[in-house]
Design a protein around this ligand. Structure first.
Ligand code: NAD
Length: 489
C-alpha cells in the first residue's frame, strides 16, 4: 500500500461514535496514532471528555429500551445481517489494523472475519437464554427463574488483538439485549472503531454500540458513570486491579481477562516436531504479544537439546516485514516502543544472569527495519526463576527453555507464577495427561495443541490472570441478571 492509498484509507477525521454518528470531541483534544513499522503519524483521534462519555452512555441507555425489548429471534437476525456486512468491509478494517498494530495484513483481515464468526456464534445464543421452573413446597405456589440483560456495558479493550478481544465482549452483550460503550485502547483505536461503525452500518440500531476513544482517563470516567451497569475489560493485571477497585465503589459487575505467563511442559514421550511447532507458533505469533503466548518451556532433560534445535529451526524460518506492504509475512513489528524496550530488558537481564542465546536477541538487520519496532524471534536456554522473563510477562517473541527431571518438578515450576491463564502440555501418555492437566493452576490447559481460544469453551483466568468468563455459552451470563419469581395463586 503506498502513502496516498494509506491516506485515503485512514482519512483525517477520527471523532467519537455516538448514536450511529461520527461526532467531534467537545474538548478538541486529539491523540496521535503512529505506525509501528516506521514511526510515522497515521491519524489523530479524538479524546472523549467526561461530557462526551455521558452523551454516549445516555445514547446507549436510550437504545437499551428498544434493543432489549426486541424478540431474541429478531436480535439474532440483525446480528447475523450486521456481521455479514462487516465481512464485506474486512479488507478496510484489516488494513487499518495492519497499519496501527503491525500485524501482517493477512492475519489482521483474518482477525476481522473470525470476529464476525464469533458474533454469529453469539447471535445463535440470543435465542437460547432459557430460564427454568422449580418444584415448590406448596401446591398453590409457582416459582420460575428468568434472566434479563444487565443494561449499558462499558467494554475496555487492549491493542494486541484489537478487534477479536472486542468481539468476545460485543457478542454476548448484544445477543442478550445489552447496549455498549466501547473504550478501545489509545494505541490501536482505528480498527475497533471501524468494526463498530461497520456493525452499525450493517444494521445494529444506532446507539446500541458507541465508541469513546482516549486513554486511561476516559476508561475511568466510563467506570464511574452511574448508568453503566457492567465493565468487561481485557488488559494488564495492573490495570485490571485498578478497574476492579473503581468499579467496587458502585458494586458494578466486572469481568477481567488479564495477563498471562504461560508454561509449556514437554515430556520425554512427546511428539517433538509437534511440540516445537506449537511452541514456536504460540511464542512468536503476533510478535509474542498475546496473553496466551508460551512464555516458559520446561523440557524433560532427555529431550531438551533435540527440542531446542527444532524450535530454533522454526524461529529461523519466520519472515519479518512491514505487514502493510508485505501482507503475507509471518511477523510484523512489535506494536509499541515500550513493548520492544521490555523485551530488550528481559533478554539482557537473562543473559546477564547466565542464560544462553541460541537465536535472535536483536533487531533484524537492514534499512527497512531501521525506524520500526522490530525484533527477531529469540530462543534462550539455561534460564532460571531469578530472571525477569521467568516471572513477568515479556509480551514479546522470546521462548526461554528450562529443564525438569520428574513430573512433580515440572508441575511445581509451571505453577510457580502469579498468573494462571493457560498452560500447554506435550505427552502421548494418558495418565500423564490426566495427572498434569488436573494439577496445573490454570484456566485453560492445551494438551498436544495450541488452539487455546475456541467459541465453545470458556476462557477464564485464575490467580492474577483475572476472573469471569469470555467465550462459550458461559460468557452470556456475564451480561445477564437473574430473577426469581414466586407466585401464590
Ligand atoms: P492496559 O492494561 O494498558 O490497557 C487496557 C485498556 O485499559 C486500554 O483500553 C486502556 O486505555 C484502559 N485503561 C488503562 N488504565 C485504565 C484505568 N485506570 N481505568 C480504565 N481504563 C484503563 O493493557 P494493554 O497494554 O493495552 O494490553 C496488554 C495486556 O493485556 C497484557 O498484559 C496482556 O496479557 C493482556 N491481555 C489479556 C488477555 C486475556 O484474555 N487474558 C488478552 C489480551 C491481552
Amino acid at each position: 500500500m503506498n502513502q496516498s492509498t494509506m491516506d485515503t484509507l485512514v482519512g483525517k477525521e477520527w471523532g467519537l461514535f455516538i448514536d450511529g454518528q461520527l461526532v467531534p470531541s467537545s474538548n478538541e483534544e486529539l491523540t496521535p496514532v503512529y505506525s509501528p513499522a516506521n514511526s510515522k503519524l497515521i491519524a489523530e483521534v479524538a479524546v472523549a471528555s467526561p461530557g462526551d462519555v455521558n452523551t454516549a452512555v445516555q445514547s446507549a441507555k436510550q437504545a437499551f429500551k428498544s434493543w432489549s425489548a426486541l424478540p431474541a429471534q429478531e436480535r439474532e437476525k440483525i446480528m447475523r445481517q450486521a456481521s455479514a456486512y462487516v465481512r464485506t468491509q474486512a479488507d478496510r478494517i484489516g488494513a487499518l489494523m495492519a497499519l496501527e498494530q503491525g500485524k501482517p495484513f493477512a492475519q489482521s483481515r483474518s482477525e476481522v472475519t473470525s470476529s464476525c464468526d464469533l458474533l454469529d456464534y453469539y447471535a445463535a445464543e440470543a435465542v437460547r437464554v432459557e430460564g427454568y421452573v422449580n418444584p415448590t413446597e406448596k401446591s398453590n405456589l409457582y416459582s420460575w427463574v428468568t434472566y434479563q440483560p444487565i443494561g449499558v456495558c462499558g467494554l475496555i479493550t487492549p491493542w494486541n488483538y484489537p478487534v477479536s478481544l472486542l468481539s468476545w465482549k460485543l457478542g454476548p452483550a448484544l445477543a442478550t439485549g445489552c447496549t455498549v460503550v466501547v473504550k478501545p485502547t489509545e494505541v490501536t483505536p482505528l480498527s475497533p472503531w471501524a468494526f463498530c461503525q461497520a456493525l452499525t452500518e450493517g444494521g445494529i440500531p444506532a446507539g446500541v454500540i458507541n465508541v469513546m476513544t482516549g486513554g486511561a482517563q476516559v476508561g475511568a470516567v466510563l467506570i464511574e458513570h452511574p448508568d453503566v451497569a457492567k465493565i468487561a475489560m481485557t488488559g494488564s493485571t495492573e490495570t485490571g486491579k485498578k478497574i476492579l477497585q473503581a468499579a467496587a465503589r458502585q458494586l458494578k459487575k466486572v469481568s477481567l481477562e488479564l495477563g498471562g505467563h504461560c508454561p509449556a511442559i514437554v515430556c520425554t514421550d512427546a511428539d517433538l516436531d509437534l511440540a516445537a511447532e506449537v511452541i514456536a507458533y504460540k511464542g512468536f505469533r503476533n510478535m509474542g504479544q498475546s496473553c496466551s503466548s508460551v512464555n516458559r518451556v520446561y523440557a524433560h532433560l532427555s529431550i531438551h537439546d533435540e527440542l531446542l534445535g527444532k524450535i530454533c529451526a522454526k524461529a529461523r524460518k519466520l519472515s519479518i516485514g512491514d505487514g502493510v506492504t508485505e501482507p503475507n509475512c509471518d511477523l510484523g513489528p512489535m506494536t509499541t516502543a515500550a513493548t520492544l524496550e521490555k523485551v530488550e530488558l528481559h533478554v539482557a537481564d537473562a543473559l546477564a544472569k547466565g542464560a544462553i542465546l541460541h537465536e535472535g536477541g536483536k533487531k533484524p538487520e537492514g534499512e527497512k527495519y531501521q525506524n520500526g519496532y522490530y525484533y527477531t524471534p529469540t530462543v534462550l536456554s539455561k534460564v532460571n526463576p531469578s530472571m525477569l522473563m521467568m516471572q513477568e510477562e515479556t509480551f514479546g517473541p522470546v521462548v526461554p527453555l528450562d529443564t525438569f527431571d520428574t513430573l512433580e518438578e515440572a508441575i511445581q515450576k509451571a505453577n510457580d507464577s502469579a498468573y494462571g491463564l493457560c498452560a500447554y502440555l506435550f505427552t502421548r501418555d494418558f495418565a500423564t495427561t490426566m495427572k498434569v492437566s488436573q494439577a496445573l493452576e490454570s484456566g485453560t490447559v492445551c494438551v498436544n495443541n495450541g488452539a487455546v481460544n475456541t467459541p465453545y469453551a470458556p476462557y477464564e483466568g485464575w490467580k492474577d490472570s483475572g476472573f469471569g468468563s469470555e467465550l462459550s455459552r458461559k460468557a452470556v451470563f456475564e451480561y445477564l441478571k437473574t430473577k426469581h419469581v414466586k407466585v401464590a395463586s
